[in-house]
Design a protein around this ligand. Sequence first.
Ligand code: ZN
Length: 146
Amino acid sequence: MNYRDVFGEVLADHHESPRNWGLAVDAEIRENGFNPLCGDKVTLGLKMRDGKLVSCTFEGEGCSICMASASIMTEMVQGQPLDRVSGLIEGFRAKMQGEDRPDVLPSEDSSEDIVALYGIKRFPVRIKCALLPWTTLKKGLETPHA
Ligand code: ZN
């Protein structure tokens, strides 16, 4: 099956040309995530300053959905205030798990790419793949840091 036909141009593009790939040398937090259902592995490199997530980079090995999701996520959260990042994580999780949470971000109009990612809901066994980078980011943000 052709990935492009099934998942669309946006996800195929992020998969083929991942954004923010390669852990930044000045990343202060490294967080690993693993999805045993699929074998997806992702490592995030994070740097926070003045209440903002100034840098979010990633590396990993996994299926195309997981890698595309990580790429889209890093673009959305980089440079954002931490409370907005938390809202984006919670909003994405709720959306993927079919909860009606209009109070949390991201709204449909916040990024065209995230809407493409929402399409993964049609493939329930892949939802964990799409969520892995986001749950890993959540863990990383909760890590105590100087
Ligand atoms: Zn996967």
